[in-house]
Each structure stands twice: as structure tokens, then as C-alpha cells.
Design a protein around this ligand. Sequence first.
Ligand code: MTE
Length: 346
Amino acid sequence: MLIKIPRGWEISENDTTSERLFADRRRLVKGLVAGPTMLAAGGLLAACGEEGPASKANAAEVSPKSLAGGFEDPTADLYPVTRNLRYRVERELTPENLATTYNNFYEFGSQKSIHEAAQKLPLRPWEIKIDGMVEKETTIDIDKLVRTLPLEERVYRFRCVEAWAMTVPWSGIPMAKLVEMAKPLGSAKYVQMQTFMDPDAAPAQRLGFGYPWPYTEGLTMAEATNELTLLVTGAYGKPALPQNGAPIRLITPWKYGFKQVKSIVRFTFTDKMPKTFWMDLGPREYGFWANINPEVPHPRWSQATERLLSDGPSMLWPNVPTQKWGGYGEYVASIYDGMDEKTLFY
Ligand code: MTE
């Protein structure tokens, strides 16, 4: 018999805007650090909540031109870009209408169906600040950035910490190129990335929810300059949609999905390990490294298998084995040589 326990992210839209609930959630999230079993009962918060996939029948039609205000991406002429065939994936591509309607973007709500709410994100003007330990701090317009640095398409596997997975043709700039442009000082050890802060557009930022906005993530310099690390500006041969983190987001396919920070406005080079959004909320569950490993369970569930995001009821999602480093060990395992394996997976 199936007993359905409502999850935190299944609360109704009205409830998600209640300040009382935000406050309660914050208290519970803090409780998670001290007592994870409390969340195990109801799954009140997770970096990537589980929810049944959208079906083809009910997925909204979304395209760059259907964005609020008739926004048309000024860089649309650049797409599709040439696919880099060095990175091959044995899985089928996830249908576009699923990858663009089944999302995590907590700024717009904690449910998977935030794609419509995310259309409120104003994508232009969009300036990106590069600061901290660099030769010269600078601010660059997204269109200039996208037209200056090389774009390519890469098909990557994507794995959420809570076990759903997809395969997406991303378009983007190898992050090593941005780092080269930024000219970090030799003493810089990390780069912190920060999402926009726009309470008018993003209801969860307006109401706070007790979350440590803005969403931030970080990488070591070796991770940021690894050949796999992509600053994604497009997907499925078009400019990225807001719900997928337009106009620019991170993709490191050997790390769990919560590392893949969306809609970035700032890159800060530093010699201190940045404290991230999720480390603040639950460091035992969502740590800095977040490298994919089937042998290291999350404190509340196994990571041995994953469910491919595809059509059909969630109960029928296939279980496929999770691969260490997401299957990208040949490119990234050496980054972590000599480091304590116990610390690398959360
Ligand atoms: N970035 C921001 N700014 N806000 C978020 O809530 N969610 C993360 C990550 N990046 C998130 C974010 C999580 S938990 C996941 S699984 C992925 O985005 C989801 O990316 P997708 O919606 O494109 O599949």
C-alpha cells in the first residue's frame, strides 16, 4: 500500500507565501542540522525536492519569445552553437518540455512548477560584476560577455542530490575562459558565484522565508578552471529560459544539482572557502564539495540509484545506477588527489 506523506514542497502556492510558514520552515531547517530524523518523516526541505515529473500533456509551452513582456534575447542569433563531441552521454536527451517545466529555483517558490513565476525575472539589462582578488575589478554586460567569449554546446548528465537525473544539451562558455579574462591574483583559491537579488521579481526573496538570500555557490580554482565547468547561457539550441537560470548559470556535471547556481550576477575571487546558501541551511547535508558518489549515502537516503526525468508517473521512473563523479571521473578525480574522501561528497 502506498502511503503518501506530503512533502514540504507540496504545500500550496498560498501557503508558500505565508510568513509564518517561512519562519517555521527556517526553524525546522535549523533543526535539521541537530536532528535530521525530524525531516526524514516529512521531507520538509531538500536542495532538490522530489516531485512527480511534468507530463508532455500538461507541460507549458515555453520559448524565449513567450517570456513576459515579449522579451527576445539579444543574443538569440548566436544559437544553435556547435556541439563539442568530446563529451558524449550514452543516455537519451531529456525532452525539452520536461527540463524547462520541472525546475528548482527557490527564489520563485519551492515547488517544481516555478517556470511561469520565473518569467518575471527581468533578463536585461544584466550586468556581471567580477571582483575580489583580481588584477582589476570590473563589470561586464551579459551581451558583451556572450559575444566575446566562445560558446559551445555540450550534452551532460545532470544529477540532483535527491536522485532525479536528466540529460541536457547546454550551450555555454567554458568557465576557464571567464577566469582567464578576470585575471585572478595568484593568491586566489576559490571563486564565489552569486545569484541576482530582486525582491520585486522573486517572491521568496521578498518574503525572506528565512533563507540566506542571495543564493551563492563556490568552487575551488581547480574546479572552476576544469575543462568540464561550463557557464551556461543556452539549452536545446536556444538562449536559456529564466527557469533554467538565464542569462548565465553554472554547470559542473560531476556535482549534485544544488551546486549549479542560476542567474549569476557576481563572481568574487577569494582565498577563503565561500560559505554557500545550502551550507548555511544544512551543512551536514549540503556541503561545499557535493561530488556525486553512489557509495556515500545522503544522511537521509541512498545515492546508489537515480530516476531519469522522463514522461510517466513518478512511481514508474526507472532506477539506474548512479555513477561516481556523475560518470566524469576521468576529467575530475585527479582534482581531489590526496584529499580525504570522507569529506568530498557532501
Ligand atoms: N540556483 C538558484 N539561484 N536558486 C535555486 O533554488 N536550485 C539548485 C540549482 N541552482 C537553485 C539554483 C538546485 S537544488 C537544482 S537541482 C538545480 O538548480 C536545478 O536546475 P534546473 O531547474 O535547471 O534543472
